[in-house]
Design a protein around this ligand. Structure first.
Ligand SMILES: Cc1cc2nc3c(=O)[nH]c(=O)nc-3n(C[C@H](O)[C@H](O)[C@H](O)COP(=O)(O)OP(=O)(O)OC[C@H]3O[C@@H](n4cnc5c(N)ncnc54)[C@H](O)[C@@H]3O)c2cc1C
Length: 407
């Protein structure tokens, strides 16, 4: 097909048609991981994003990365030791009820159950690794997808080009791709996506604990929703789940009043002496039932967006990217959009995806109800986790390995 793509950030006024094997829409962590994983193969890859390059530099989130995700990122040459804080143990409890459990990495013969890293540090490392290891990857930023059509040979993406100068309208650009990978994150309303609104918001911040965290994470279930503290450098990354009205109130509090609200959740176990500015995210479960269409496939949050409890979202998305790259690299047909390859990818992801969705959604629903019988059942469950090693190991393996934890 016709000419090569040339620019990354610059604008062009000319209508332009080009072709690639794989066009990845969304240069977030999952899209970038896929681009890196495909660097070993012959496919010509285009990574494109609607935002500017490094727009993630202001993202306030931190992500818990499973031990298994570290291994995948190491394979991709995108593990940043300096930006990672080890989680050596996790304390799980419920507010206003009995029962607690402690999961410790030493029981599993590993140094850490997982790691915590800021989203922006993860994205920056992946971005730099593409520059270092995947120099053939083409990149386009600040481009809006106007539409995608497919025929038997390829998908055609129409992109709005930024105007060369104020007042000028640039002609759209068309790109033909044998396969379009949707990695554009949480989908807006789309009839193909099932949505369950948790009617919860996650407040995120970095808070300074006293005494220090000693690499212990805390997961505390409250009637409003789960509250997680993840060790991050000297601080804790906080994910405080509350009803939308309560989120608005907490965002408005001054630092001291916010810390007091946080202390109220933890009693005398932990104290907090400082907080970064706070941000909030609305929480819903969004599941695309069908992962593939002719010449298109959905991965990462574009395929499933989960509640952040138990930190599964990116870990699952990374496994999507890894599995898709493996399928594409093993495909001998020379056609990246080969239907049989896409179908076998979708089949291979079924168990991990369903299991992770059910695990996460189940925790939110079981622990999000304040009825007394359920509170007692939860306490018994936590107690059982504590005294029954096989049950605790099941939960621990999910945290450490993700997909490989399923029987
Ligand atoms: C508060 C919170 C805490 C979390 N904690 C954890 C955790 O501890 N562990 C964990 O594993 N996961 C966690 N997650 C989930 C995790 O953030 C996501 O699963 C992960 O970011 C998904 O990566 P992604 O690349 O699929 O999507 P995103 O990170 O959303 O990236 C999507 C990219 O696509 C681009 N884009 C969007 N629309 C378009 C478009 N139309 N065209 C082109 N480009 C587009 C965006 O600019 C962005 O660069 C958390 C989420 C939240 C909200």
């Amino acid at each position: 097909m016709s000419e090569q793509l040339k620019d990354t950030e610059s604008t062009t006024g000319a209508s332009d048609e080009s072709s690639v094997d794989v066009a990845i829409i969304g240069a977030g962590p999952v899209g970038m991981a896929l681009a890196l994983a495909l660097a070993a193969g012959p496919q010509r890859v285009l990574l494109l994003d609607s935002r500017a390059r490094a727009a993630w530099s202001g993202d306030p989130r931190a992500l818990a990365l499973a031990h298994g995700s570290r291994q995948l990122l190491e394979h991709l040459g995108a593990w940043n030791t300096a930006a990672a804080t080890a989680i050596e143990s996790i304390h799980v409890s419920q507010r206003g009820g009995f029962g607690r459990t402690l999961i410790d990495a030493r029981e599993y013969g590993i140094a850490a159950l997982g790691y915590v890293m800021r989203y922006r540090d993860l994205a920056a490392t992946l971005d730099a690794s593409i520059d270092a290891h995947s120099t053939a990857t083409q990149r386009l930023y600040s481009r809006t997808v106007l539409g995608i059509t497919t025929d038997s040979e390829a998908a055609e993406i129409t992109l709005a080009e930024p105007a060369a100068a104020a007042g000028n309208t640039a002609a759209p650009r068309r790109i033909r791709a044998r396969l379009v990978v949707h990695a554009e994150g949480t989908p807006a309303s789309d009839p193909a996506v099932r949505v369950y609104d948790y009617r919860q918001h996650a407040i995120v911040a970095e808070v300074r604990p006293v005494p220090g965290h000693q690499h212990r994470a805390w997961e505390r279930f409250t009637p409003n929703g789960p509250l997680a503290l993840l060790p991050l450098a000297e601080d804790y990354s906080l994910v405080f789940t509350v009803a939308p009205e309560e989120a608005a109130r907490l965002l408005d509090l001054d630092e001291e009043a916010f810390l007091a609200a946080l202390r109220a959740q933890f009693g005398s176990r932990l104290d907090f002496v400082a907080s970064s500015p706070r941000a909030s995210f609305p929480l819903a479960l969004r599941v695309r039932e069908q992962l593939v269409d002719p010449r298109q496939v959905w991965i990462g949050n574009a395929a499933q967006s989960l509640h952040p409890v138990s930190g599964q979202g990116f870990n699952l998305g990374l496994r999507d990217a890894w599995a898709l790259a493996a399928a594409l690299l093993a495909n001998a047909s020379g056609d990246a959009g080969d239907a049989a390859t896409l179908d076998s990818y979708a089949r291979a992801r079924r168990l991990d995806r369903k299991g992770s969705i059910a695990f996460t959604d189940g925790i939110v629903r079981v622990f999000g109800n304040d009825l007394a019988p359920l509170r007692i059942a939860r306490g018994l469950g936590l107690l059982a986790l504590d005294v029954l090693p096989p049950l605790r190991h099941f939960v621990a393996r999910r945290m450490i390995w993700g997909a490989r934890a399923w029987p």
